[in-house]
Design a protein around this ligand. Structure first.
Ligand code: 5GP
Length: 202
């Protein structure tokens, strides 16, 4: 039987990856979201082990040395990483796992695990993305400019991905990603066989 899908959902900073992935989770009983490790401080609503594993920069660096991460990156001055063991366990048990990660991390996973399916979430326009980043509120002009520059650069790597989904409406984007998962699960090249046909290719 074909195993679970490892799905990378990435895209520029501010495109709404988190919101789309949360909506996607609410649509499905089977899809799981990988819980990343980060060195940034928890936001008021965030919970340890559910939104992130929060840790110190020194512990994060130790974990890098220990080979604990499938990928890691520095995003807006903080470390973020995907734990290798949790991904391996998920794949072993045939679960569908989503990695909601930045573009640097996505490229690392594509190189290490070519079987991973990658989705680039794009904004309806560059202007819409800029408005979102500026509209986030309380950040300094310097920080906003740095985010804008990064987001424009991140947009340029869309061609590395298997799929491009435009986040015009959260529901539409989540439904498209859900359709991608369904289609991937029907692929004969992933080991799908007719009912009663047995597991392995003869
Ligand atoms: P936030 O701090 O707003 O939750 O996330 C900031 C950025 O870090 C987002 O673009 C998010 O996709 C990315 N991110 C979250 N977890 C990971 C991870 O494990 N690895 C990488 N490379 N990026 C991550």
């Amino acid at each position: 039987m074909a195993g679970g899908i490892l799905l990378i959902v990435s895209g520029p900073s501010g495109v709404g990856k988190g919101t789309v992935c949360r909506y996607l989770l609410s649509m499905s009983d089977t899809v799981k979201l990988s819980v990343s490790t980060t060195t940034r401080s928890p936001r008021p609503t965030e919970r340890e082990g559910i939104d992130y594993h929060f840790t110190s920069p020194s512990r994060f660096k130790e974990m890098i040395e220990e080979g604990a991460f499938l990928e890691w990156a520095i995003v807006h001055g903080h470390y973020y990483g995907t734990g290798l063991e949790a991904v391996q366990n998920s794949l072993f048990y045939g679960e569908d796992l989503i990695l909601e990660i930045d573009v640097q991390g996505a490229v690392q996973v594509m190189q290490k695990l070519p079987e991973a399916i990658s989705v680039f979430l794009a904004p309806p326009s560059l202007e819409a993305l800029e408005e979102r980043i500026i509209g986030r509120g309380t950040e300094s002009t310097e920080k906003i400019n740095s985010r804008l520059t990064t987001a424009r650069q991140e947009m340029e790597s869309y061609y590395l991905y298997d799929y491009l989904v435009v986040n015009d409406q959260v529901e539409n984007a989540a439904e498209l990603i859900s359709a991608i998962i369904d289609a991937e699960k029907c692929k004969v090249s992933r080991g799908v066989r007719p009912p009663g046909w047995g597991g392995e290719r003869q």
